[in-house]
Ligand binder design. Sequence first.
Ligand SMILES: [Zn+2]
Ligand SMILES: [Zn+2]
Ligand SMILES: [Zn+2]
Length: 183
Amino acid sequence: MARRSSAKTDADAATADWPSTDHDHDLCVTDALARAEAVCDEQGVRLTDIRRQVLELLWKEHRPRGAYDILNELATQGRKTAPLTVYRALDFLVANGLAHRVESLNAFIGCTQPERFHATQFLVCTQCGATTELTDSGLQAAIQAAADAARFTVTRPVIELQGLCPICHETPPDDSQQIGTAS
Ligand SMILES: [Zn+2]
Ligand SMILES: [Zn+2]
Ligand SMILES: [Zn+2]
């Protein structure tokens, strides 16, 4: 296996981007949908209306959304959809690498790098729900090696770390509601 021997490789391999609070999120959505179209074209599959709509709703915020949340929003948009239809659309998005399932939340999130197949690791903020993909090939390799050593075949390499995102870390929960003291 050809490997560049650089001490920085492992550090460089681990990247996670938290969107800034003032970024132009419309751009995220437009970009995600355009890239999804391109990926579908390349894979010879169709991004149907419902698949596209579900993906757009997944990209509404940088946090995972549950299937029923999506279903409810479609309903409020006047688009009554059967749960099965939404589940199928989500299955399609996940199968084609356009979205990931966040197991610990039983929810889904749009993929930030749909062009390449990758194992997913997530950082999940337990305070605001912001979730980002962590791409660390070293971590993945270490887990694979450990599984191999245990003669274990990994079918779902789920890695989800829960904690606080940089914004929540800096702004602890608002406890101003503790007004005065009784008695
Ligand atoms: Zn955004
Ligand atoms: Zn991804
Ligand atoms: Zn947070």
